[in-house]
Design a protein around this ligand. Structure first.
Ligand code: HEC
Length: 159
């Protein structure tokens, strides 16, 4: 093969290679986006009971974890205005929105804390199950319980 033929051969391979790489990246991005949209807890998790009662001592313990792990994004008041929130591509959920909070069950909140969704990290391996249930109790204190959604184990009227 002379020099010119060699050059032609290597150019011919470049474009198909680029196409393959671009398609690969597109496929990865597509799957990431579709994974990201699916943040629905399985039905059996939604109706799970919260084993940790919202006692004063439990809420104190939960608050300490919240201030350590969650406050940077979700804010001291739970309104999603933590110091890091502005830098995030997705706004943290507003836990003071009673209507929105009444739409989700304890099991759902527990599941979401476990799996996370970018930019929110997954806490499954960072916090124990008990701690994640405690956090559910704690983030409920930011909103008013309007009516217990089906599957919820919390008492109505709890602050
Ligand atoms: C890096 C920032 C960040 C940290 C740290 C963080 N979160 Fe989040 N959280 C978010 C964002 C952003 C969302 C919204 C994600 C979305 O809707 O895609 C969210 C959503 C949630 C939701 C879902 C609410 C709903 O009804 O859909 C819960 C529950 C939650 N966070 C609890 C926590 C708890 C508890 C902690 C601490 C253990 C925590 N988060 C730490 C950023 C964060």
């Amino acid at each position: 093969m002379n020099r010119a033929a060699k050059k032609k051969y290597s150019c011919a391979i470049v474009w198909p290679a680029i196409t393959v790489v671009v398609l690969g990246i597109a496929a990865v991005m597509f799957s990431l986006v579709s994974c990201g949209n699916d943040w629905n807890a399985p039905a059996e998790v939604k109706s799970e009971r919260n084993p940790m009662p919202a006692t004063g001592a439990n809420l104190d313990a939960a608050k300490a974890i919240y201030l350590d792990r969650c406050v940077n994004c979700h804010g001291v008041k739970g309104n999603g205005e933590g110091p890091e929130a502005e830098k995030l591509a997705v706004a943290p959920k507003d836990f003071t929105d009673s209507h929105a909070m009444n739409e989700v069950t304890d099991g759902e909140l527990f599941w979401k804390i476990g799996v996370g969704r970018r930019p929110m990290p997954s806490f499954k391996n960072r916090l124990s199950e008990d701690d994640r249930w405690l956090l559910v109790d704690y983030i409920r204190t930011f909103s008013t319980r309007l009516a217990a959604p089906s599957g919820s184990t919390a008492a109505p009227g709890r602050p």
